[in-house]
Design a protein around this ligand. Structure first.
Ligand code: SF4
Length: 238
């Protein structure tokens, strides 16, 4: 299959999509890091991890995540706390707007902690109506907590999708983002359960192999279908 025939508009050739998905998920099963938020399907815990991971390195989040959940085991605990206590628990991570948004979200969903067992919504549209939840976080909570068949595009995923399927897309433009979201949706596996692995794998490939500074194409599981794959060992440099 020629490289120019990979995309039809934002749709990816199903044969390419299938090879990409299979190789990606198989690589993930062998290489994924064991991260605490990958061991849970608790929507609150997933939400905390996703907020912490925005603009903060994984290694810093790992320690802080456990400490925060010890202090605030449920969304209702966050809702009942004074904002200053939540900010204090967030210390060291920076970007305090995320903690403020978590507190506002907790109060909204649980009616200030008075209805503690209410669930965080599962569908991306309802999630997006909550404070501080953008398109990526909505997709992440729907997929990682509820195993919904939801797409997500963060910086790592955008880079991978651009390099593999749409080298000319401008990730910084609205049009480019639309193209990449369209691609992310068109390559989703059929089931939500497989989508969980697929989305984690896309993010992991962007974090470990197809990195911003250098793409390690010689170690990449999807190089046979990638439009930017380096011909020479040593990797494609952005
Ligand atoms: S082949 Fe290279 S450019 Fe393509 S996804 Fe893999 S690491 Fe990235």
């Amino acid at each position: 299959m020629g490289r120019t025939t990979q995309t039809v508009g934002r749709k990816i050739d199903p044969a390419i999509s299938s090879v990409f998905g299979r190789k990606l998920r198989s690589w993930y099963r062998r290489n994924a890091r064991d991260l605490p938020w990958r061991r849970t399907r608790n929507a609150y815990e997933i939400l905390v991890s996703e907020l912490m991971l925005q603009q903060t390195q994984v290694s810093r989040v790992v320690t802080k995540y456990g400490e925060f959940l010890e202090q605030f085991p449920t969304l209702a605990d966050v809702a009942r706390a004074k904002p200053a206590r939540v900010m204090e628990a967030w210390e060291g991570l920076g970007y305090y707007a995320r903690a403020r948004n978590l507190h506002a979200l907790a109060r909204e969903v649980t009616d200030h902690g008075r209805t503690p067992n209410v669930a965080i919504p599962a569908d991306p549209l309802s999630l997006r109506a909550l404070p501080g939840i953008g398109a990526y976080t909505a997709g992440a909570v729907a997929s990682f907590a509820y195993e919904r068949r939801a797409a997500l595009v963060d910086t790592n995923v955008a880079r991978v999708l651009k390099r593999v399927f749409a080298p000319h897309a401008d990730v910084k433009s609205t049009k480019g983002q639309k193209v990449l979201w369209g691609i992310a949706e068109s390559i989703l596996p059929r089931t939500g359960r497989t989508t969980w692995t697929h989305n984690q794998a896309l993010m992991e490939l962007g974090a470990l192999v197809c990195t911003a500074r250098i793409a390690h194409c010689d170690k990449c599981p999807v190089r046979s279908v990638c439009r930017s794959a380096a011909k020479q060992p040593g990797g494609y440099r952005a």
